[in-house]
Design a binder for this molecule. Structure first.
Ligand SMILES: [Zn+2]
Length: 267
């Protein structure tokens, strides 16, 4: 039994042994950005970390150190935001995971909670597969949350109930429901979120104020730690089940890293 699922809590022999047992690593990806007066700036990273850990328990994997920052130029008009450029972010993701690949990690689950990271993560995932031989799967955990809890939580909104629940499940001391204030208009926010979240048409928005002039919108008033724990379990169960099945299907059609090396060198 591992004393912890977090890579940084473990010793070298524990990690070496775990890579032999199950060479699966999970990279939580989040961001540091303003989330209104009631949620911490690290909300997305906290959410990715706690879900990543719950998935690691179910899939027998190790949780890598989460990306310290994300790509979030949209939120820069507000003081609580620190953004990386896509290039820097991609390099951090690729170099973090590639190092583990050198030590024997073969399967990588990138667990993302921040929409601004999606394009950069897609490019990093390609590189980690093609250049470093990992079998890679990226899951947009925030969208899984929306699918499971959007109906009862008034959608996935920036600073809304789903985000409050994710933090409540991990660090309830950082959630200040008594400070909820100045939510932007819901119907305009939902309209803009719908505009930017379609498969076929992808507009580029300058900053969050075109969605929510005050920086956030939603109705997290009724979020509780109990509901947060339930949401965490439901999301983790769903992701672990789906990811296990997808890794199995990938193994069946394209083999593992050894085969990729062989194919690359055969030509
Ligand atoms: Zn967020």
């Amino acid at each position: 039994m591992l004393p912890s699922r977090y890579f940084v809590d473990l010793t070298q022999p524990e990690i070496a042994a775990q890579f032999k047992t199950n060479p699966l690593v999970i990279l939580p990806a989040g961001s540091v950005e303003q989330h209104g007066p009631h949620l911490p700036t690290g909300t997305d990273t906290l959410a990715a970390n706690v879900i990543g850990h719950a998935v690691a328990e179910r899939m027998d994997g190790l949780v890598l150190p989460a990306t310290p920052l994300g790509v979030t130029p949209m939120h820069m008009p507000f003081e609580g935001t620190i953004t990386l450029t896509p290039d820097t972010f991609m390099r951090v993701v690729i170099e973090t995971c590639a190092a583990t690949a050198r030590h024997g990690a073969k399967y990588l689950l990138v667990l993302n909670w921040h929409e601004g990271n999606i394009p950069s993560l897609a490019i990093a995932a390609e590189s980690l597969h093609r250049d470093h031989g990992m079998t890679v799967l990226t899951v947009q955990a925030c969208y899984v949350a929306e699918e499971l809890y959007g109906k009862t939580c008034n959608g996935l909104t920036h600073g809304g109930e789903i985000e409050a629940l994710a933090v409540l499940a991990y660090r309830p001391d950082l959630v200040h429901l008594d400070r909820i204030d100045y939510s932007s208009d819901h119907s305009h926010g939902h309209k803009m979120d719908k505009l930017r979240r379609t498969r076929s048409y992808q507009p580029v928005l300058t900053d969050i104020r075109s969605i929510a002039p005050t920086g956030w919108f939603g109705s997290p008033q009724h979020a509780t730690a109990d509901k947060g724990a339930r949401m965490l379990t439901d999301i983790a169960e769903a992701i672990a089940k789906e990811a296990t099945d997808i890794f199995r299907q990938l193994d069946a059609v394209q083999g593992g890293p050894a085969e990729i090396k062989h194919l690359r060198h055969a030509s």
